[in-house]
Unconditional design. Structure first.
Length: 371
């Protein structure tokens, strides 16, 4: 006899409405507090703001990516996650708005915008690429792929048309490649990796699938899938597959740099292995890969949706920690130097993002769940 999944009670979905109000009020209060601190400490403010903006960007672009993947491959998993995916896609313009304040802090973020702090290797790199690393060119490119993401948002609802899947994927790859190079790689001029944008995209896909699974379960799964436990098995396998792909491409990038053993390439990893940063990497290996891998191999994990939702939230938080490890060592290569803004700004921006998302998502989810 097939054992059906254990679903959360409908009250959980209704409770998201009250949670949304609390989330919005708390996020605004934290944002005001963070802004007051940021006036006196602008550099840590913009460092933490970039981290927080990328945390919000990951599930947003991940939802876009998953929508185009589903158009090309099909599968019942896309129909189950459709309301959450659609709401996540509609967050694109709001997430872009959250990123706008970063343009006022370019001098605090990027060494090429404040050339007095550059190393000899970085200065040589910028001399070779003077037109690319300039404020006007950077802003113009950012506006360009921001518009490209909006075009993808317009294409995504047309996924019934055959051409939208491959065309959307190509545009997404172009835009995300430029985004990864400009907003992450150029934090340390002189270091480049053709594989890094792929790691960046895999992180977005993992954030997107984990977030959609958690929201779909907590807001109420579609009633049509209640008698189809294979759907939850598929979702668990999809989460596992994307997680393993992310780990594979991240490790492959490290392996290429390690085998090359060139100082100007190794420095990026040395900054992320000094002064306690390696403990974060160890935590990611255990809690973002090893433990979820072992749990997702069991079919019981996928049937017990309370536990499955908690695991998806854990994976999502693991990607937040990964983004922290990705960004902050560029500003603090000597080691972990925690600032309260590192906590306040992700809570503020993440709370505002979630407030808006729940304004788009809960009604479709609950209506499908309890129609």
């Amino acid at each position: 006899m097939v054992r059906l999944p254990e679903f959360l009670p409908p009250a959980w979905g209704a409770g998201l409405v009250g949670f949304r109000r609390v989330c919005g009020v708390a996020a605004m209060a934290i944002a005001v507090l963070a802004s007051v601190i940021g006036v006196r400490h602008p550099a840590p403010f913009f460092h933490a703001y970039l981290f927080a903006a990328l945390v919000c960007l990951n599930p947003t672009l991940g939802c876009l990516l998953l929508a185009f993947i589903h158009r090309m491959t099909g599968g019942a998993w896309g129909r189950t996650l459709a309301p959450a995916l659609a709401a996540g896609q509609r967050m694109v313009p709001w997430t872009i708005l959250l990123c706008v304040p970063l343009f006022f802090g370019l001098g605090h973020l990027f060494p090429w915008a404040a050339p007095g702090t550059l190393s000899a290797q970085a200065r040589l790199f910028l001399v070779q690429h003077p037109a690319y690393f300039s404020r006007p060119a950077f802003i113009l490119r950012s506006v360009g792929y921001g518009i490209l993401f909006l075009v993808l948002l317009a294409i995504a609802p047309q996924c019934r048309r055959a051409w939208t899947g491959p065309v959307g994927m190509m545009l997404y790859i172009i835009a995300t490649y430029l985004l990864a190079v400009d907003w992450v790689l150029s934090l340390e001029p002189g270091w480049s990796s053709t594989g890094f944008p792929l790691v960046f995209m895999a992180s977005q896909a993992l954030s997107g699938i984990a977030f959609c699974i958690a929201v779909t379960i907590l807001a109420g799964a579609p009633v049509a899938d209640l008698d189809k436990p294979v759907i939850w098995k598929d979702l668990g396998n999809l989460l596992l597959g994307i997680m393993m792909f992310w780990a594979y491409v991240a490790y492959s990038q490290f392996l290429v740099v390690w085998s090359g053993n060139l100082p100007h390439e190794a420095v990026w990893y040395l900054h992320r292995n000094a002064g306690g940063w390696h403990y974060i990497l160890l935590a990611l290996a255990v809690f973002q890969l090893l433990i979820p891998l072992l749990l997702l191999l069991s079919s019981r994990t996928k049937r017990r949706t309370r536990f499955f939702a908690a695991l998806a939230v854990g994976v999502l938080l693991g990607q937040v920690l990964y983004t922290y490890w990705l960004v902050l060592p560029s500003f603090r290569p000597q080691g972990i130097d925690f600032h309260w803004l590192d906590l306040l700004l992700p809570l503020a921006l993440g709370g505002l993002w979630l407030f808006r998302f729940l304004g788009l998502a809960p009604l479709p989810l609950q209506e499908e769940a309890h129609a």
